[in-house]
Design a protein around this ligand. Structure first.
Ligand code: TRP
Length: 338
């Protein structure tokens, strides 16, 4: 029996951080065992909000793929590809956009949030009215085209993407109904409910918050970031009794990277035998050890000229094979078969 097919993508945001690794990549890596996985970099989706900032686009794409492969997405097992190298996705987007009622996209709460962030929340703030493009409104339709060009069974996503995916299922059903075919499956979400991984400042980890630790960061940078983390403010000296609850973030890092140490750490903190600086210093070692192999592999991949490019081109070729077949069926269904 053939394996179920999985499609998922990430926008080309450049070098990935620990939040991406723990929240998305570890899951993608595990799925490779049981599914036929198609993972792509959504560079057209990046354009929906950054159409005027494309200087770094190519480097961003390559950095994302380097992080994937170094982390354990295996290009021999999974199909790694670039959205813009599979033009069938854009073609399918045109067909799907015709059958998608306008109010379906306008209602999409995730899209509304994106528009809000882009325009700025404040009513007094002057933002050009042309910041929100026609392409951005089509975001969920383009995402549907990504999924349906591969006719995926499952789409691993975070809960923020569920609203988009619901539209995808509606569009798939509507296309089938209108043209009287049973072409598209209704793609099901595969939820990855991992708790949000925070930056050491306690905020959500993200490039825009300047609190992210990247997979590709050096050990020194990683340590610097961790040492800057907030700890128990009421504790001035090591001999003061500590409150592990006040160090939520540092503690969370221990939970993720060294769960077996957590009891000892709490115990030593509460009995004032472990100082905050020592505690963070130990954590630096643990975290750097955790990412050591991945980082070494990344450097190795990076040192081979053209390797990432070849991985992307090769995967995109494979993705296109499948996309072409689906697109032919779409055109037949719509009766456009010259
Ligand atoms: N919208 C997704 C995100 O921001 C990225 C994405 C684009 C995607 N196309 C997709 C995810 C198709 C899954 C399937 O995370």
């Amino acid at each position: 029996m053939s394996k179920s097919l999985i499609v998922s993508g990430m926008r080309s945001t450049g070098k990935l951080h620990f939040g991406h690794y723990l929240g998305v990549l570890t899951n993608w890596i595990n799925l490779q065992k049981d599914y036929d996985c198609y993972y792509f970099v959504a560079d057209w989706h990046a354009l929906t909000t950054k159409f005027d900032k494309t200087d770094e686009l190519r480097a961003d794409v390559e950095n994302v793929v380097l992080d994937w492969v170094a982390s354990g997405i295996n290009p021999e097992k999974s199909t790694i590809y670039l959205q813009s190298l599979v033009p069938e996705i854009a073609q399918l987007h045109v067909y799907l956009s015709m059958v998608t009622p306008q109010n379906w996209v306008e209602r999409d709460p995730t899209l509304k949030d994106m528009v809000k962030i882009l325009r700025g929340d404040s009513e007094t703030e002057e933002k050009p009215s042309n910041i929100c493009s026609y392409g951005l409104i089509g975001y969920p339709v383009l995402m549907t085209a990504d999924i349906l060009t591969m006719n995926a069974d499952y789409v691993p996503v975070g809960s923020d993407q569920l609203a988009h995916l619901e539209i995808s299922r509606d569009i798939a059903r509507r296309f089938n109904n209108i043209y009287g075919v049973e072409l598209f499956k209704e793609p099901k979400p595969k939820l990855t409910e991992v708790p949000l991984f925070k930056g050491v400042d306690g905020q959500k980890m993200g490039k825009s918050f300047h609190n992210d630790i990247k997979i590709s960061d050096t050990e020194e940078d990683t340590s610097k970031r961790i040492m800057s983390g907030i700890t128990d403010r009421s504790r001035m000296r090591k001999t003061d009794i500590g409150h592990p609850d006040e160090c939520e973030v540092i503690f969370d890092y221990y939970k993720v990277f060294a769960p077996e140490k957590i009891e000892t750490v709490a115990q030593e903190c509460k009995s004032a035998t472990r100082g905050c600086a020592d505690c963070k210093r130990e954590l630096c070692g643990i975290v750097n050890e955790y990412f050591k192999e991945i980082r070494e592999k990344r450097l190795e991949l990076q040192s081979k000229p053209n390797l990432v490019r070849e991985i992307i081109l090769d995967g995109s070729d494979r993705a296109r094979q499948r996309a072409k077949e689906v697109l032919k069926q779409v055109k037949d269904a719509v009766k456009m078969y010259y």
